[in-house]
Ligand binder design. Structure first.
Ligand SMILES: [Zn+2]
Length: 518
């Protein structure tokens, strides 16, 4: 039976020249080899999948290779071959994250005394070095303070800020950078070509974008796509494997935002979510697209766009009609929402509210001047006979008392929401995570669920707050002043949520654009 070797193993770089996107590192290391000026300790830092461990292994080969050529290991001699196969006694890889790793570090001090047994130089590659305990760091430090000859330490980490300064100061540091989408794309195209795999240009673009600077991730995704689709990979295969939106789909929403086509925006968003797309990925894609449009708008340089050629043509056609200010606003807004969504149990509601806010043309302040001064409120004429007639009576009494009646407010809350929705749909959306909690110091407390500070802050904006109060007054006949509080700070009873009136309000929240998911 044939064993399947993952693509990223097959394509692991074996020479400095094969490491993609880190030429500043490769060149310096090759020069050090050529001039025989190897340091005792190196620190390789940078995001995952950017070539740190691969470069460490190449360096380990280079210092042990018997036929070094222009600073590159030959990959043919016994030492190179043994290192490639992982059975070279003088190259030790330690995973600092494992328990065994800690013991191995402690052993190093005893073992470094002995000369290399097989090669020219003993190499310790310590991966995820930031995971070491302080005890292990101390042991390592002692060795680094008096480095024996013929010993090379290569420390690799994604989190250099967690390395003690005493260690840092004894290492020569190399920062591996995120690999550009274009570099990843080119490399993946080469891999596909070698493997006689056909893949569309836009599929490669999508994979590169999704790899976000890590070559290993990019190759792994390509591998998954091959497993899924075979030797002929199309856009839809990549979208299926990754559970992401197609460029077209993202662009449809972005265009809807620019053209203030709120129906398309919300309908499409729902459609994509229903079809199983990940909402957090959707917002990341939206941010990335609007950011790219912003960059293009400013630079007019299409080489900065990470999009397929078809999409770039579309962008070029549309971009002139989009005001720069609008692009900036949308990008900022989406980034805010993404941050907020990380702590939210209802990310969809949050995203919908934000998209509605972006797509809705800003109404001029619709409040009549007189509502800004405290006046005796007019009582709303009852819509129907019967039950409403009684309500109206109650409202009169309340008004005469000049006191807020909480039960009454709770009862009328659904109606208040309905009115607000008619007046300004965005404000309605911001009120979705809120419930009336109680009366305190003459204010009605509206309690917002945890993680909905974005919504709460929106309601606290003076114009919005005023509108909510105006409608409260209109519906209830009481001169309601509101305070928007967070669930954890509100003083009123938590039992409110079990109140049948509030339950009813919760049912009514849905309306026609938003959906509550528990
Ligand atoms: Zn060699």
């Amino acid at each position: 039976m044939m064993t399947y070797v993952a693509l990223y193993r097959t394509w692991r770089p074996q020479r400095f020249d094969e490491v993609v996107g880190q030429i500043h590192v490769s060149k310096t290391l090759k020069n050090a080899i050529i001039n025989n000026r190897i340091a005792h300790a190196y620190l390789f830092t940078g995001p995952r999948g950017t070539g740190k461990t691969s470069s460490a292994k190449i360096l380990a080969k280079a210092v042990n290779c018997l036929n070094i050529m222009d600073g590159e290991p030959c990959d043919q001699c016994v030492n190179c071959l043994a290192i490639n196969q992982g059975n070279f006694l003088d190259v030790l890889e330690i995973d600092a994250a494992s328990n065994r790793g800690i013991d191995e570090i402690r052993d190093i001090r005893d073992k470094v005394k002995f000369a290399p047994s097989q090669g020219k130089c003993k190499v310790y590659i310590i991966d995820e070095v930031h995971m070491l305990t302080s005890e292990a760091f101390n042991a390592l430090l002692k060795t680094l303070e008096e480095p024996p000859s013929n010993i090379l330490f290569i420390l690799a980490t994604t989190e250099p800020q967690k390395i003690p300064p005493t260690i840092l100061s004894r290492c020569q540091r190399f920062d591996f950078r995120k690999i550009s989408d274009q570099e990843i794309k080119n490399h993946l195209a080469e891999i596909a070509h070698q493997g006689q795999i056909t893949i569309t240009e836009s599929a490669l673009t999508t994979i590169a974008r999704k790899a976000s600077g890590g070559m290993r991730d990019g190759i792994s995704i390509l591998d998954q796509c091959i497993a899924f689709a075979g030797k002929d990979i199309e856009d839809s295969h990549v979208e299926m494997v990754l559970g992401i939106l197609a460029e077209e789909q993202i662009f449809t929403i972005v265009k809807g935002l620019f053209s203030k086509d709120i129906t398309t925006v919300i309908m499409k968003l729902n459609e994509y979510i229903q079809s199983g797309k990940d909402i957090k990925q959707i917002i990341r894609d939206l941010i990335e697209y609007s950011r790219q449009l912003l960059i293009y708008k400013v630079s007019n340089n299409e080489e900065l766009l990470t999009m397929s050629k078809d999409m770039i043509e579309q962008v070029k056609n549309e971009i002139s009609s989009i005001p720069l200010e609008c692009l900036g606003k949308i990008t900022t807004k989406l980034a805010e929402v993404e941050k907020e969504m990380r702590f939210s149990s209802q990310p969809q509601v949050l995203l919908e509210a934000a998209l509605v806010e972006i797509a809705l043309p800003e109404k001029p302040d619709s409040l009549p001047e007189k509502s800004k001064v405290q006046v005796a409120p007019k009582i709303k004429a009852p819509k129907k006979q019967g039950k409403n007639q009684e309500q109206s009576q109650e409202q009169k009494i309340v008004r005469e008392n000049h006191e807020l009646n909480f039960q009454e407010i709770q009862r009328l809350w659904p109606e208040v929401l309905e009115e607000i929705k008619n007046e300004k749909i965005t404000i309605h959306a911001f009120l979705i995570p809120a419930v009336p909690e109680g009366i305190k110091d003459g204010y009605l407390e509206l309690s917002f669920k945890q993680g909905y500070n974005f919504h709460r802050n929106k309601i606290l904006e003076p114009a919005n707050k005023e509108l909510v109060e105006k409608i409260f007054t209109k519906v209830t006949g009481m001169a309601v002043k509101i305070k928007a509080v967070s669930e954890e700070t509100s003083e009123s009873s938590k039992e409110t949520k079990n109140n049948p009136v509030v339950q009813r309000a919760l049912e009514l929240f849905g309306g026609d654009i938003v959906e509550i998911k528990d």
